[in-house]
Design a binder for this molecule. Sequence first.
Ligand SMILES: *Cc1c(COP(=O)(O)O)cnc(C)c1O
Length: 400
Amino acid sequence: MSSRTESIQSMAENYLMANYGQRTIALVRGQGVNVWDSDGRQYIDLLSGLGVNNLGHCHPKVVQAIQRQAETLLHVSNLYLIEPQAQLAKMLVENSPADKVFFCNSGAEAVEAALKMARRYSYDRYGGGRHKVIAMNNSFHGRTMGALSATGQKKYHKGFEPMLDGFIHTPINDLEALKNAVDDSVCAVLLEPVQGEGGIHPCENSFLQGVRQICDQRNLLLIFDEIQCGLGRAGHLFASEEAGVEPDGITLAKSLAGGAAIGALLAKNEPASALVAGTHAATFGGNPLSCAAGEAALHVILDEKLPQRSKEIGALFMGRLEDLHKKYPQHINEVRGRGLMIGVDLAFPAADVIAFLREKGYIAGPAGPNVLRFLPPLIIEENILDAVVELLDGFFAGRN
Ligand SMILES: *Cc1c(COP(=O)(O)O)cnc(C)c1O
């Protein structure tokens, strides 16, 4: 280990809270699908940061947009019009089912905005007492108290109780359970079309269509958390396009600004209109820097047809992982995913194979204890994924 690495690690241990666990590798530079650590070792990033660097690291168009914007204007308050904010909103609306956008700085904040929009819209329209949100078991929506309460995994709640009142959890792909959970106190349904942190679990098309119907019948807002599965990751610009379902609200963050911090709530006109002046805000929300980066990133996603690419390359990769599943049924329980959002459900802890891949120069991650998660940059070349499959083949063969 170099002295630079040692120095970073000792500072981190001495001065940072330990909430990310022990970290031993410092990634100091990135370009395209590659990152380098402080010892000069090269890795291929099959996780895109964590679903963020979908265009690869330091995409030249994003870097250029940030450089230009940094020289021009870094921050002004939302008491004034902000040109990149308006432009990014226009692009998002023109390419989504939504009519209006609110910007913030992270995924959790986007979810909080969605929860507040749902409650306020329901309050304005139907009066009080209709504050509950149905979310899914095994979901993940972020770490702030509202988003955490919406998150349907006990392990994230432990020791932070009581959770916020007003969340009901039902299983994905179970319309009956959802239908039975709706009563006069419910205002919205919130779900990930493809669950990410929960282990890469896609919702069936028929489920999303059925949820839309229930929401229409019972006057509930349908909000899709596309923070991880959106923007091309799951083979469409929005994962829910697969089912042909239009939500009333969409949360975005992670990859939206090509690596810069951003979050967004997109919504149809009616629910969006609930957030009148003074109801919600974020100091850094829609700041010039993030929005300029977002514009550049979204242009690349659309111009280079990355959702289509994700769908095609993802299908090839999934196919080859399926072959491994057939070859090693004792090690692999299931391969799940959409596009380039893929989970390999293992019969043993995913940490073993993640460590093996890292040793070979590939960064993958877990999604829960036994699921190996791949979220490679959407620009990844097929031959790299073939090499990963070869390595995995060797790994599983060695475990026999
Ligand atoms: C990552 C994630 C979030 C939280 O985003 P943060 O930026 O970490 O707050 C919310 N929902 C989903 C689906 C996510 O994957």
